[in-house]
Design a protein around this ligand. Structure first.
Ligand code: SF4
Ligand code: SF4
Length: 372
């Protein structure tokens, strides 16, 4: 890897692909140090592997402030671009193996291993309404909720909205009695062993229950399950299912006169190429006006929550990615910023108190309001 890393010549294209104010790497946008840019990070990794610099808390913070948004991969012009994120993940992996990861990262991974969620919460802290949902037996879909929707208040609200839409459309679905973490963040942090353990538990459970179609709420869960369940089970993100339900006229929507903008989550967009289904849903609502932010689709700016940062929050501060994204959304004149990821929802809602003047709503809530 050391030799390959040298092929990045720090041209900086990945840092500001469309102009010198377009800082597209969330950690570079937050800190504005070359060391926190994709190229700077790669050179620091090389220097560490070549033993030219010692490991330090500062280096650790730089490495783990990469949120795996994949924007550098999208914008680098060199033929090694697809390997950039893998190099960063391999360096995180080496740091974890050698006991060098920041304590917050260690706790995050240990909590997933011991408690099945990154906060280390006991099962009785799950949103109480989940108990009332039908358990999966032989329904058409297994609805995979994920940690953020089971334990985090904003994610739980989003999951409840998705559940209500599925019921309105007459979809038969069930949830797991005892869900295992999808493992996406373990994978992005380079904890391949933990990821494989979680993947194998999930696959075993899906096989035992005879699952055929899985619908996920979080794009992070979608990304993980596409990696290990693809070809064995059909995996859909809920926006793909909603878009199909609207096409088949299983949902009828009435007029809503809102001006909205849409935030592409990295794990649905750049990681999986799904840009149009959420937009098709919004365009199906009569009267709803969709305006795009300057950075959208492949070039969308990340909320800063990936690779476990929704828990560690290494990028918090006055120019955190979430705050920058809210400012960008405000610039469109939209009244509502629409999200389709529980992590984006929590990250963006957290800063709305400071930035204000726009509401964050998940797309299922928009569909529900319009379907009444
Ligand atoms: S990763 Fe690619 S675009 Fe970024 S500095 Fe290196 S060579 Fe340039
Ligand atoms: S994946 Fe995102 S956060 Fe990480 S270096 Fe690339 S642009 Fe920056």
């Amino acid at each position: 890897m050391n030799l390959e890393l040298h092929r990045c010549f720090r041209c900086g294209w990945c840092k500001y692909p469309s102009g010198f104010e377009d800082y597209n790497c969330p950690s570079y946008a937050r800190f504005r140090f070359e060391s926190h840019s994709p190229g700077g990070r790669l050179w620091l990794i090389k220097a560490w592997l070549d033993k030219e610099i010692e490991w330090s808390d500062h280096l650790s913070e730089i490495l783990f402030s990469c949120v795996a948004c994949k924007n550098c991969v999208e914008n680098c012009k060199m033929d090694f671009r697809d390997e950039i994120l893998d190099w960063i993940i391999s360096a995180k992996s080496k740091a974890i193996e050698n006991g060098l990861a920041p304590p917050k990262v260690r706790d995050f991974l240990e909590n997933i291993l011991k408690y099945g969620n990154p906060w280390g919460l006991p099962r009785n802290k799950e949103a109480s309404w989940i108990k009332e949902l039908e358990r999966y037996k032989d329904q058409e879909f297994l609805l995979y909720l994920g940690c953020e929707c089971r334990y985090e208040e904003r994610g739980a609200r989003m999951a409840k909205n998705v559940v209500e839409v599925l019921k309105k459309a007459g979809i038969s679905f069930g949830v797991l009695d005892d869900e295992t973490c999808d493992g996406n963040e373990a994978l992005m942090l380079g904890e391949r062993g933990l990821f494989e353990e979680l993947a194998s538990k999930n696959l075993q459970k899906f096989r035992e229950l005879g699952v055929k179609r899985i619908v996920t709420i979080s794009p992070h869960a979608y990304n993980a399950m596409k990696k290990y369940a693809e070809g064995k089970f059909e995996v859909l993100h809920f926006t793909q299912l909603f878009s199909e339900l609207l096409r088949k006229r299983k949902l009828s929507l009435s007029e809503l006169e809102f001006k909205v903008t849409y935030h592409d989550p990295c794990f649905l967009g750049r990681h999986n190429g799904i840009y149009e289904d959420p937009r098709k849903i919004l365009k199906s609502v009569p009267g709803l006006k969709l305006v795009e932010m300057k950075r959208n689709r492949e070039n969308a700016f990340c909320c800063g929550g990936g690779s476990g940062n929704f828990v560690f929050d290494f990028l918090s501060g006055p120019s955190s990615p979430a705050r920058l994204r809210i400012k960008e959304a405000l610039g469109t004149g939209a009244e509502i910023l629409v999200v389709v990821c529980p992590i984006c929802k929590a990250m963006l809602e957290d800063v709305i108190k400071e930035e204000g003047r726009i509401e964050v709503k998940d797309i299922a809530e928009i569909v529900l309001i319009s379907a009444k």
